[in-house]
Design a protein around this ligand. Structure first.
Ligand SMILES: Cc1cc2nc3c(=O)[nH]c(=O)nc-3n(C[C@H](O)[C@H](O)[C@H](O)COP(=O)(O)O)c2cc1C
Length: 360
């Protein structure tokens, strides 16, 4: 029987990296995301917002401009392939496919946490995708919490240089760490450490959540720390408590993880909160965005671009062609949503009021 590429990737992921605990964790994460329903029980809240339809938009569809310059790079559409993988040797295949797709479509991409490669330099190649995507806006990634353990500015610079990134993403995942048997939960004093990195590193620093959103208090702390952008990564999509639940062998601990499936700040709410609390910061919207209309709504609520993780992972596990097709579909949805709501470019879209369901 001929195995599908998806099955092959799953099997290869299962079979490799048996002696390295961090890469093992990354392999578990990919496998669990591909094989199980790990969605939050919350929704993004974007379904409650609608564009006011313009029957006379006074625009030509082909002239609707979705492009922008961001951190020195050109993006043809406001789409980000959110940080996911690397480290596990077979995650290299997925990263390569994501990178080739991002290059073909001129969109932005982040790699997953590079901790595995900092601690096992022989795995750096699984993150090094610049040769497949010489022109894209590319984000390095590390867990901010490592700054409270053994990491400093040095590892941040190392992560950026390792992949020739344009900017660094530090992710915040306190709930995930609390649920992991091996989690790092010493978060006291972390804002100051993030500030030191922001003030000294030569590239922009973006801070993101991983699916539970950013509150007003956190947004203010991050603004004071000097971050260039916040990716809200709100609730409504991938639930990392569910992912961890599937990894935990102990029934008692698994039940604790399962209790958090409905935790977090929905993506739409988090965008609005961050916009209010830190009006000068760029906002990336992510967490449960399912199509280009969700991205367009997020931009109308104040974001600069919209990211997706889970949906791109599923396509990249199959092929570059499918991933590119998915990006093309999402781009078409954004462009048509802009056209039908009378927004000729991203600035106009950011200034397009949305109708909230309760006001209809
Ligand atoms: C398989 C997988 C691995 C991930 N690994 C990382 C990571 O290493 N670093 C990070 O910042 N976020 C990571 N994320 C979180 C995503 O970037 C994103 O914030 C989250 O999944 C919510 O987006 P979604 O609902 O579109 O999946 C990962 C997501 C997935 C699906």
């Amino acid at each position: 029987m001929v195995l599908s590429t998806l099955e092959k990737v799953r099997n290869e992921i299962r079979m490799t990296d048996q002696n390295l605990s961090l890469p093992n964790r990354k392999s578990d994460h990919i496998r669990i995301n591909l094989e199980n329903d790990v969605s939050s029980t919350l929704t993004t809240g974007l379904e409650n917002y609608h564009f006011s339809h313009e029957a006379l938009p006074e625009l030509n569809l082909k002239d609707v401009d979705m492009s922008q310059q961001l951190f020195g790079r050109y993006l043809s559409a406001p789409i980000l392939i959110s940080s996911m993988t690397g480290g596990a040797s077979d995650a290299a295949i997925i990263n390569q496919r994501l990178a080739e797709s991002a290059q073909a479509a001129h969109i932005a991409m982040g790699v997953g946490s590079q901790r595995a490669a900092i601690e096992h330099p022989e795995l750096a190649h699984t993150f090094q995708i610049r040769r497949f995507a010489p022109d894209i806006l590319l984000f390095a990634n590390l867990g901010a919490i490592q700054l409270n353990y053994q990491y400093s500015l040095r590892e941040c610079i190392q992560a950026v240089e390792m992949i020739e990134a344009d900017a660094l993403i530090l992710h915040l995942n306190p709930l995930q760490e609390a649920l992991q048997p091996e989690g790092d939960t010493h978060f006291l004093g972390l804002a100051k450490k993030i500030e030191t990195v922001c003030r000294t590193i030569q590239v922009p620093v973006i801070v993101k959540e991983v699916g539970w959103g950013i509150s007003e208090r956190t947004a203010r702390l991050l603004q004071n720390a000097g971050v260039a952008a916040i990716d809200v990564a709100g609730a409504g999509g991938t639930s990392w408590s569910q992912v961890e639940m599937y990894r935990i062998a102990d029934d008692h601990r698994a039940r604790v993880a399962g209790a958090f499936r409905g935790w977090g700040i929905p993506t739409s709410e988090s965008i609005k909160i961050v916009r209010q609390a830190a009006p000068d910061l760029k906002i990336f919207a992510s967490g449960g965005l399912k199509d280009g209309i969700d991205i367009a709504k997020s931009i109308a609520l104040g974001a600069t671009l919209g990211g997706m993780a889970g949906p791109f992972l599923k396509m990249a596990a199959k092929s570059v062609e499918l991933t590119v097709k998915t990006i093309e579909e999402i781009s078409a949805e954004i462009q048509i949503a802009m056209f039908a709501s009378g927004a000729g470019n991203l600035l106009a879209l950011q200034n397009t009021p949305l109708v909230h369901q309760s006001c209809r």
